[in-house]
Design a protein around this ligand. Structure first.
Ligand code: ATP
Ligand code: MG
Length: 237
């Protein structure tokens, strides 16, 4: 590919079924195929129950598809061991959820450092500097020592964004990251994702119900009843 754009994630015929008390089976995702590149800033949209969170969990290696293949950085993931998948997830994927899941007993800074601690234990001086740098980028340099309950909802969500970035992931997945924020905080967090995508050249995929936000993304991946309706770019870039 030209301009240093790299393939981050490729889904090839992904299906997901849940066994809800045999013999009942629910087919949630049907034959989903598309690709995300390092210059993608995409919205994942669809009605409630259409399979967005399920797809995000599969893309994030939190859940295995029933069939189909998922390539992360051009590596097939279905044949990996659970340990390999966990390592790849820990180093290449950053997650942001609707409710940020910050650890209340930790400062904002230590929350940002958490993924690094999970990957390689005690953070180094460079790790701490980088976490401080990320907190500064999300406008929270002065609040690094505060606990989550001493921060506003929007500030907590920005800590969660900094935490998702600390491992320098190739892919950021966010499930309604602005869902419980007021519109001003939502816009701030959204702009932050945009800035990050450009600066770090990572693929960003956001689930959102907010049409203003999805229409501000360059691409919309649209699900309906577990089927891919479209995965187009809005305009040529
Ligand atoms: N663990 C599970 N077992 C059985 N069915 C499940 C499971 N998880 C999800 N489902 C079903 O899969 C379908 C898709 O769910 P999913 O959570 O992916 O939807 P969604 O698009 O994220 O919806 P929302 O916008 O409400 O968050 C739903 O019909 C749901 O009931
Ligand atoms: Mg969902």
């Amino acid at each position: 590919m030209s301009n240093g754009v790299r393939e981050i994630l490729r889904l090839d015929g992904i299906c997901k079924s849940y066994q809800v008390g045999l013999p009942t089976q629910t087919d949630v995702l049907h034959n989903i195929s598309f690709q995300l590149d390092s210059n993608d800033f995409a919205a994942l949209v669809g009605p409630s129950g259409s399979g967005k969170s399920t797809l995000l969990n599969v893309m994030g290696l939190l859940d295995q598809p029933t069939s189909g293949e998922l390539y992360l950085l051009q590596q097939a993931t279905s044949t990996m061991t659970e340990r390999q998948r966990t390592e790849l997830r820990g180093s290449e994927i950053g997650f942001v959820f609707q409710f940020h899941h910050l650890i209340q007993a930790f400062s904002a800074l230590d929350n940002v450092l958490m993924p690094l601690m999970l990957n390689h234990g005690k953070p180094t001086a460079e790790d701490r500097d980088y976490a401080r740098h990320l907190l500064a980028q999300v406008g929270l340099e002065k609040l690094a020592g505060r606990r989550p309950n001493e921060l506003s909802g929007g500030q907590q969500q920005r800590v969660a964004v900094a935490r998702a970035l600390v491992t320098k992931p190739a892919l950021i997945l966010a499930d309604e990251p602005t869902g419980n924020l007021d519109s001003k905080s939502a816009a701030t967090v959204f702009e932050l994702f945009r800035k990050i995508q450009v600066e770090y050249q990572c693929a960003v995929l956001l689930v959102t119900h907010d049409e203003r936000l999805s229409s501000a993304c360059e691409r919309t991946i649209q699900l309906f009843d577990g089927r891919l309706q479209s995965a187009d770019e809005h305009q040529a870039r």
